[in-house]
Design a protein around this ligand. Structure first.
Ligand SMILES: *Cc1c(COP(=O)(O)O)cnc(C)c1O
Length: 407
């Protein structure tokens, strides 16, 4: 913490811009941690929030239910892959993952199966910062060594892509599936673990394997959900219906904190029982916060009324062409693009703070981490602002590459 430069004071947001206290306006290349898919301060979302603020900003969701939550649940089920029919609202992505894990464990317990208590996660995965979620993250990202003894030991395996890797995965499942409740995966793109991609075919095969070994599949769409990979949900590209899906981040268009854990009817029905221990005992205080639900409704309206997926397709082809020149630079390991995600992977990236400040000097908000420089702009970004983002990346990566060659 001592070595990190202090944060920049920010005073306002507007469209795709972040305004700093000293008057500088930065083009946001990361959509505020991948949430602000419609840009900031969208009038449709702001009006919905204002209306909700006047009638009911919040009320408890125990013993009471309200229309914004009920209709949002229906709406989410309508757009998610067929079969996902039951929604549990919470207030952050990590919590929605905790709830998904609890659901998966109790799904087995409620059927009298006490042996399936572990989870299978993947290297480079990221599912959140709470203790349960950390246990299914990549061992480094999830700080498994530092917190050993506290974190539940799960099975973290390489995410299979090739036939040989699937054979190894299959062998692993043969030995260990019987002690596991579920596999958890980020579909198509592992986000905070380094923006690593896998194909829809690989995801579909992971789904087949979970079925073969009677495991539940939890698909964490917190980052990929709501258009980021080119379809409304990444699961669609693999043609799969997960058993449980987690949503947050762009669920409200980035305007409010809200999350959802969505399960199939089959999962839900194992909790419908007269025995007192069978219910899902989870009740976040701000569960189904009406302001959050109102923002989510307004965000879904915008996906219906404005051409978001077409915008993502345009961003995708722009990123692919504009970032390509980075590939030939010494020190660049890979350039990859999926939907509105553009990634330049570098060899031995140690100058992260230098990168960040060079980007701010160029008027863009781009935040490299790990070994990547990446952009995930709001979908409403225009051609010229997108060009400013990609030009900045090409030029700063070029500077970095030249400095590296000199030293
Ligand atoms: C951000 C993220 C989370 C955690 O969400 P929070 O709201 O930060 O708790 C979980 N899974 C994925 C894939 C994410 O990108």
């Amino acid at each position: 913490m001592k070595t990190t430069p202090p944060p920049l004071p920010v005073v306002a947001t507007d469209g795709i811009h972040i305004e700093l206290a000293d008057g500088r306006r930065l083009i946001d290349g990361v959509s505020s941690w991948w949430t602000a898919c419609h840009g900031y301060n969208h009038p449709h979302i702001q009006q919905a929030l204002q209306r909700q603020l006047e009638t009911m900003p919040h009320v408890m969701f125990g013993g009471l239910a309200h229309e914004p939550a009920l209709s949002l649940a229906r709406r989410l089920c309508d757009i998610l892959p067929d079969g996902l029919e039951r929604v549990f609202f919470s207030d952050s992505g990590s919590v929605s993952v905790e709830i998904a894990m609890k659901m998966a464990l109790q799904y087995w317990l409620n059927q009298g199966v006490a042996s399936r208590k572990k989870f299978i996660g993947f290297q480079y995965a990221y599912h959140g910062d709470t203790i349960g979620a950390m246990s299914v993250c990549d061992p480094d990202e999830g700080m498994h060594a530092l917190f050993s003894g506290l974190l539940t030991e799960q099975h973290i395996v390489p995410l299979p892509r090739t036939d040989a890797e699937f054979q190894a995965f299959d062998g692993f499942l043969k030995r260990h599936a019987g002690e596991c409740a579920a596999v958890i995966v980020e579909p198509l793109v592992q986000g905070a673990g380094g923006m690593k991609f896998h194909s829809p075919e690989a995801l579909a095969k992971i789904r087949e394997h979970t079925k073969r070994y009677d495991l539940l599949l939890i698909v964490d769409e917190i980052m990929t959900g709501f258009g980021r990979t080119g379809t409304l949900f990444a699961s669609e590209q693999a043609g799969i219906t997960p058993d449980i899906v987690t949503l947050s981040k762009a669920l409200t268009g980035g305007a409010m904190a809200l999350a959802a854990t969505v399960a199939t009817r089959a999962i839900f029905e194992t909790f419908l029982s007269d025995s007192p221990g069978a219910a899902l005992m989870h009740g976040p205080t701000f569960m189904a916060n009406p302001l959050g639900c109102a923002a989510a409704h307004a965000s879904l309206d915008l996906f219906e009324s404005e051409p978001r997926l077409e915008q993502v397709a345009i961003i995708e082809s722009h990123l692919a062409a504009a970032l390509e020149p980075c590939r030939s630079r010494p020190g660049v390991l890979d350039v990859r693009v999926k939907g509105a995600i553009g990634v330049v992977q570098l060899d031995n990236l140690t100058e992260i703070d230098w990168f960040k400040s060079r980007f701010v000097e160029k008027g863009v908000w781009v935040r490299p981490f790990g070994d990547i420089v990446y952009v995930m702009p709001p979908f409403v970004i225009g051609e010229s602002e997108l060009t400013r983002l990609t030009d900045s990346i090409v030029s700063v990566v070029g500077e970095w590459s030249a400095r590296r060659s000199e030293s």
